[in-house]
Design a binder for this molecule. Structure first.
Ligand code: ZN
Length: 381
C-alpha cells in the first residue's frame, strides 16, 4: 500500500541514525518502510522533545504477557509477542528452555510457522545441552551432553528457523556440536557452562560467537582463574548478551563488560519469562515452578534466579540513565547488533531508507511513548 495515503512524516525529534544523532530530524514512512523523501505538503506529526530510535530486537526471550514460548499454543505465543512489542521490541527470537527432545521438536515446528508468517525472527534453543553445575532454572533430569546428532535433530525440527543454540561447550561432544552449528549457519552460544578460560577459547576457535547472558550461569571472574568471562570478553569474534535489569548484574559488572567488549559486541536481552508485562505470581518455566515477587523471578525450590520480567524499554532507559551509556551505543547494543546476529539486519535494526518502519518514540527522560512496527502504530505517541 505505497502512495500518498500511507505516507507519514515524523518531525522535530532527535533521530538516532547509524551515522549518529540528528537534531530536529525527520523520519518518513511509506508503505510500511522508511522512505528517503516525501511530497512537500505531507502533514507531519510533531515529536519535538522526543527521541526516535530503531525498534528493539530481543534475541533471547522466553515469554511475556503470561505466555510461555516453550509450552504455549500459537495464540498464547502471539500474546507474549504482542506484550513485548508494546514495550518497543519489534523483532523477537523465541527462546525455548530445556525440555524433552520430542516436546522441544514439536514446539519448534509450531514456532517455525510463526517465523514463516513474520511474527518471530527465529528460534533459540537454550538447553538441553547445558552443564548440570550451572543449570539455573533448567530441569536437571532433562539435561544431556551435546551429542551432534541430537543437536542436529533439534535444528532440523525448526525447519531452517533455528538461529541460536546455547550449550556448555566443555561437555563431551561440545566442540563437535559447535562445529556442526557453525556449518549450518546457526549461532553456537556458550552458556550455562562450567568451562575454564582455555576450554572457552577452544570453543570460540571452533566457531562459537555468542556468550549467553554473560556472568550469569557461568564461573565467576577470578584473578587466577579468569574462566569463561575473560575469554568471552577479550575475543573480537564474540558478542556478549547482558541482562540489564539491575537484578542479574551489578552495575559495575555491566560497566566492566560493556567497556571491555565495546558497544559493537554487546547485545542487550531480556531473558524474560511469562511474567514480563504481566505481574507477580506463580508461573511455570518449562516444568519448574517459579515465584515472581516484586518483579524478580526465582525458582520456588532453591531460589535460583529464573529469567527476568524485564522488557527492553526498561533496559534501554536503565542503560542511559543509570549506566550512563551514550544513546547511540545503547541503540547499537539493543537493535543493530542483535538484528545482525539474527541475520535480519537487511530489514530491521536501524533507521535507514528501505528498511521496515520499526521505531520507538521516547520522551526526554527515555520513557517509552510510542511504538511503530512496519509503519503502523502499536502505541501512538
Ligand atoms: Zn534464557
Amino acid at each position: 500500500m505505497a502512495g500518498r495515503a500511507a505516507t507519514k512524516v515524523l518531525s522535530g525529534a532527535r533521530v538516532v541514525l547509524p551515522t549518529g544523532t540528528v537534531e530536529n530530524g525527520r523520519v518518513i514512512v511509506e508503505g510500511g518502510r522508511i522512505a528517503g523523501s516525501a511530497p512537500a505538503d505531507t502533514p507531519s506529526l510533531d515529536l519535538s522533545g522526543h527521541w526516535i530510535v530503531p525498534g528493539f530486537v530481543d534475541m533471547h526471550v522466553h515469554g511475556g504477557g503470561g505466555a510461555s514460548f516453550t509450552s504455549g499454543t500459537a495464540e498464547e505465543v502471539l500474546k507474549g509477542v504482542r506484550t513485548h512489542r508494546e514495550h518497543g521490541t519489534t523483532t523477537i527470537a523465541a527462546s525455548l528452555v530445556t525440555g524433552e527432545t520430542d516436546a522441544l521438536a514439536r514446539q519448534a515446528a509450531l514456532l517455525s510457522e510463526l517465523v514463516e508468517q513474520g511474527d518471530l525472527a527465529g528460534l533459540h534453543f537454550e538447553g538441553p545441552f547445558i552443564s548440570p553445575c550451572r543449570k539455573g532454572a533448567h530441569s536437571e533430569d532433562l539435561l544431556r551432553d551435546p551429542d551432534p546428532a541430537e543437536v542436529r535433530k533439534l535444528i532440523d525440527a525448526a525447519h531452517g528457523t533455528a538461529k541460536m543454540v546455547t550449550l556448555a561447550t566443555e561437555l563431551p561432544g561440545g566442540i563437535d556440536s559447535v562445529r556442526l552449528l557453525a556449518e549450518h549457519g546457526v549461532i553456537a552460544a556458550i552458556g550455562h557452562t562450567d568451562a575454564t578460560y582455555e576450554q572457552t577459547a577452544e570453543a570460540i576457535d571452533a566457531g562459537a560467537t555468542v556468550a549467553t547472558h554473560l556472568y550469569n550461569a557461568m564461573p565467576a571472574l577470578g584473578h587466577r582463574t579468569p574462566g569463561p568471562i575473560a575469554a568471552l570478553l577479550e575475543d573480537e569474534r564474540v558478542t556478549v548478551e547482558l541482562i540489564n535489569d539491575g537484578t542479574h548484574l551489578h552495575p559495575a559488572a555491566l560497566e566492566l563488560a560493556y567497556h571491555r567488549a565495546g558497544a559493537g559486541r554487546v547485545a542487550f536481552i531480556t531473558d524474560a519469562m511469562d511474567a514480563a508485562g504481566f505481574g507477580d505470581g506463580t508461573y511455570l518455566l518449562g516444568p519448574l515452578e517459579v515465584e515472581v515477587r516484586n518483579g524478580v523471578a526465582r525458582l520456588a525450590e532453591g531460589g535460583s534466579i529464573a529469567g527476568s520480567t524485564l522488557t527492553l524499554d526498561t533496559a534501554f532507559k536503565r542503560a542511559v540513565t543509570v549506566d550512563r551509556l551514550p544513546v547511540e551505543d545503547v541503540v547499537r547494543s539493543i537493535s543493530a547488533n542483535p538484528a545482525r546476529l539474527l541475520g535480519v539486519d537487511d530489514r530491521v535494526g536501524s533507521l535507514e531508507p528501505g528498511k521496515d518502519a520499526d521505531l520507538v518514540v521516547l520522551d526526554a527522560d527515555f520513557t517509552l511513548k510510542g511504538v511503530m512496527r512496519k509503519g503502523a502504530w502499536l502505541r501512538e505517541p
